[in-house]
Design a protein. Structure first.
Length: 175
């Protein structure tokens, strides 16, 4: 608990230097590129749940993944055109002094057939070439729902810069 007049621990102090936005964006993208699996958190009528999905970074910096609309998370993500989600991406087995990863929130939506889905599919198969190396797997996944998470808030965790170092990015407000 913070003392009156001091920001909560996760919020920067007003006098604290802010990282350059371009450097932060680059650091976040590098951290997301360093991983291939994210833990996706969502809620449905049965309560909160999380699952692991392989992802790629789309041209618009969205995080794209494949999952059937019949899975629990596919059904939960299908209840609206854009569903709020949270996620993390980090490697297993890290030493705490070098712990790195990304935490985020955003909205997830299913991609309809067309140029946007085609571009996302290319990004996904470039990131995960084993998909196209197996014709049966490629055929199965090509006909499976492709989803995009559009981040609205990201936090880079990088203990190599000092214990509990956190850099944050937030999407600009929509006009």
């Amino acid at each position: 608990m913070s003392r009156p007049g001091t920001p909560p621990p996760d919020e920067p102090r007003p006098d604290e230097p802010r990282p350059d936005a371009a450097l932060l964006d680059a650091a976040l993208l590098d951290a997301l590129r360093a991983h291939t699996t994210l833990t996706l958190a969502y809620a449905d009528a049965d309560g909160p749940q999380a699952c692991a999905v392989l992802y790629a970074i789309g041209a618009d910096a969205s995080l794209v993944f494949v999952t059937a609309a019949t899975t629990r998370h596919g059904r939960a993500l299908s209840v609206a055109p854009a569903v709020p989600v949270a996620f993390t991406a980090q490697a297993d087995g890290q030493e705490w002094t070098a712990l790195t990863g990304v935490q985020g929130r955003g909205v997830c939506r299913r991609l309809a057939d067309g140029p946007e889905r085609d571009a996302a599919w290319r990004a996904y198969t470039e990131r995960h070439p084993f998909v196209t190396a197996d014709p049966r797997l490629q055929s199965a996944l090509e006909s499976t729902a492709l989803w995009a998470i559009h981040p609205t808030w990201l936090r880079l965790i990088d203990n190599s810069r000092g214990f509990a170092t956190k850099l944050e990015w937030q999407s600009p407000p929509e006009s």
